[in-house]
Design a protein around this ligand. Sequence first.
Ligand SMILES: [Fe+2]
Ligand SMILES: [Fe+2]
Length: 268
Amino acid sequence: MKNHEQVLENIYHRGQERVWNGREILEELIEKYGMPNKVEYSKRQSLKRIFMMILQGEEAAWHVSLQLGTMLKSIPAKMAATSQAHDEARHFYVLRDYLEMYECTSVPLPKPVIKALTMVKNTNDLAKKLLGMQLMVEPIALTIFHEIRKKEIEPILTNLMPYYEKDEARHVALGVYYLPQIIKDMNRVEIVSLMMWQLRLFMLELKGLAALKKDFEVLGISPNELFALAEKKQLEALEEVSEQMGWGANVWKPLRGILRYQKNKILG
Ligand SMILES: [Fe+2]
Ligand SMILES: [Fe+2]
């Protein structure tokens, strides 16, 4: 078996080995720390808005991994996507049950976030779907989980985040190891179309983060820093893709320039 196929199959096996019982873990944490409503109201409201967005993201990731399970022809990649679908179902129900405990008013979600997730769910193009979910959406979720955990705002959430982070890192790996195999068969027109699509998705993500700027600030998280960390994670994943392709890391340089410019314009 070739090396990258082994890596993809291992994503499935590692998923099996590290599976965690969402109901048990959530119950244990509630027993230990009590309900999450001790956090002051403004923070609770902001946490709820950010994690309602994450919940939509988990639902989209679940939907997309099920689509990938049928779209992918390679057996090792199919195994990795199947294991991801199992993880995302767990991420979804644990977060849904956790958020149901919050006593606060309903929170509308920023339209660009909904648009970005719909774009990834609705595309029939395998490269766009993999690039969009595994390398553009998952790294943002990972960055938010990491920053929220570091701030230790609400103990149940702080203790849940490492479980999510470990799973999400495997999902990024599916994109990194399989996307190069799709890109290598694409012509220039298809590659340009993929990059334009990626830029559109990126702009929506940026606008979505900008709409949640106040919520991050309430929680003591700088939106600019969060963006810089998420961008770093996305670019690292893209650089790994170009390394696998035998391209230089510089292919993403123009993209980085555009992102910086747009970031300064939108986030300030
Ligand atoms: Fe997830
Ligand atoms: Fe994921």
